[in-house]
Write a protein that binds this ligand. Structure first.
Ligand code: PHE
Length: 357
């Protein structure tokens, strides 16, 4: 017993010094030869060497018993080993993580919520234009277009504008030369059809028009119109009224009311402006309809016999009606747009709101 205990006290410094050195070497060899070949082995490596119950921790426990004389040397060795093990584990981790991601690239997880994709949308003016054209096409009106740069004849003279009519004024019209201008209305397309088509003519003609106006929330130097004409034998004002009444019911719903007010256009006689009952207050009176209960939406009338004659049509035999409306105004009423300029500002926050239409 005596011997045993003395050998124990004698052995103590040796056991805590030499075994530390050996243990360091042994663990280094373990760590070096540990082959990490997959993610599971990355974790095994961590458990074996770096976890609380891992080999490195055992060494740190052992290090506490190292005599002061060799603490510095052993401490250094221990730190080196720790860095080596830590480094091997970290680089294996990075390696297998990226490899795993790569391997998953091709597989699709069908349970994931789909990423919302960006889809384009039609411009609100195109939406309204298409709607107007499709309503009239149900009545047999044929789609037609004309040029935006027009001569005096098609924009004014053939439409019975007297030589000194104020619409010809530089203030309203963008002239390119004395005879050529940007069209001020789509009525010029009426003329192009009358001179080129066989009768009867029933056409719907959308397009961009230009007027020299100061730009504001309510006016722009260009805007869009849809023109319509119907020329045949015995076309009457009753046909015009019924056609337009059908149109607004299709566009705004069956509750809509209409009224016609006498007006003046050089190319129609008689002429009228058509109002619809206010969409917002249903005729009660509000600030949109300026407390009248009515909203003006288009100009119309029977084609003046002078216009038919000027375009080579027998005015004794044929009669016709024409109408023209602004698309911006109708789109403003339908979508509640308050400032005309938003149509042309290309702001995706505005345009994106029409995605589902
Ligand atoms: N061209 C007219 C305008 O610009 C509208 C209109 C078209 C009126 C056809 C009557 C007939 O205001």
């Amino acid at each position: 017993m005596q011997d045993d205990s003395s050998s124990f006290t004698f052995d103590l410094p040796r056991r805590n010094d030499i075994p530390m050195k050996e243990k360091l070497e042994e663990i280094r060899q373990h760590a070096e030869s540990f082959a990490i070949e997959n993610t599971a082995q990355v974790e095994q490596f961590r458990l074996q060497f770096l976890s609380k119950k891992g080999e490195l921790n055992d060494l740190f426990e052992l290090f506490k018993t190292v005599p002061n004389a060799s603490k510095k040397e052993m401490g250094q060795k221990l730190n080196e080993l720790k860095q080596f093990i830590q480094g091997k584990w970290e680089s294996a981790q990075v390696h297998f993580e990226t490899e795993e991601k790569g391997a998953n690239k091709g597989s699709i997880d069908l349970t994931l919520t789909p990423e919302s994709s960006f889809t384009g949308s039609r411009h609100p003016l195109s939406i309204i234009e298409n709607e107007i054209v499709s309503i009239f096409s149900k009545l047999g009106f044929v789609y037609s277009e004309g040029p935006e740069i027009e001569d005096d004849w098609h924009n004014f003279s053939a439409l019975n504008f007297p030589p000194n009519h104020p619409a010809r004024d530089m203030q309203d019209t963008f002239f390119i030369s004395e005879d050529i201008a940007l069209r001020t209305h789509t009525s010029s397309v009426q003329v192009r059809l009358m001179e080129s088509q066989k009768l009867p003519i029933r056409a719907i003609m959308p397009g961009r028009v230009y007027r020299n106006e100061a730009i504001s929330a309510r006016a722009n130097c260009f805007f869009h119109q849809v023109e319509g004409i119907y020329i045949d034998e015995k076309v009457s004002f009753a046909d015009l009224k019924q056609t337009l009444f059908y149109f607004v019911q299709e566009l705004f719903g069956n509750d809509i009311k209409v009224r016609f007010r006498p007006s003046y256009f050089p190319f129609t006689e008689p002429s009228a402006e058509m109002d619809i009952s206010c969409l917002l207050c249903k005729g009660e009176g509000c600030n949109v309809c300026k407390y009248t209960g009515w909203l003006e939406i288009l100009g119309c009338g029977m084609i003046d016999p002078n216009v038919l004659t000027a375009n080579g049509i027998d005015a004794e035999k044929y009669s016709g009606f024409a109408f023209g409306m602004g698309i911006e105004r109708i789109a403003m009423l339908k979508f509640g747009v308050k400032d005309l300029r938003t149509y042309f500002s290309n702001d995706i926050r505005f345009l994106g709101q029409f995605e589902s239409l």
